[in-house]
Design a protein. Structure first.
Length: 110
């Protein structure tokens, strides 16, 4: 059968991750992380293994226009989704997504 069943999910894995898992699970965790980190205006933040950028988008308003946020991830598809999403709030710091230059760094091994 060539038609997609109504219960099947359409889209790629990164878009589905952002659509379903971020709001249900990773978004609340990211908000808790940002609250615990207490980022300040003008600071620079490095988000290693940023995925679709939920932490980066949440922290950007805290560092403000004088701050900067860089998200690193191994997967170009996750970075593409992150770049396509709008900022969470105006006045946030600059957010840049970069492909991880050292795969061991993004896997938690230095």
């Amino acid at each position: 059968m060539s038609l997609q069943e109504p219960w099947q999910l359409g889209g790629n894995a990164e878009e589905l991750y952002e659509r379903y898992l971020v709001p249900a699970m990773f978004g609340p965790w990211a908000a808790d992380l940002v609250a615990l980190a207490t980022p300040q205006p003008g600071e620079r933040v490095l988000d290693v293994a940023c995925g679709t950028g939920v932490v980066a988008r949440l922290v950007a308003p805290h560092v403000g226009s004088t701050g900067q946020v860089v998200g690193l991830d191994l997967h170009a598809g996750r970075l593409a989704v992150a770049r396509a999403l709008p900022p969470i709030a105006r006045g946030g710091g600059r957010v840049a997504g970069r492909r991880c230059p050292r795969p061991a760094l993004c896997r938690g091994r230095l």
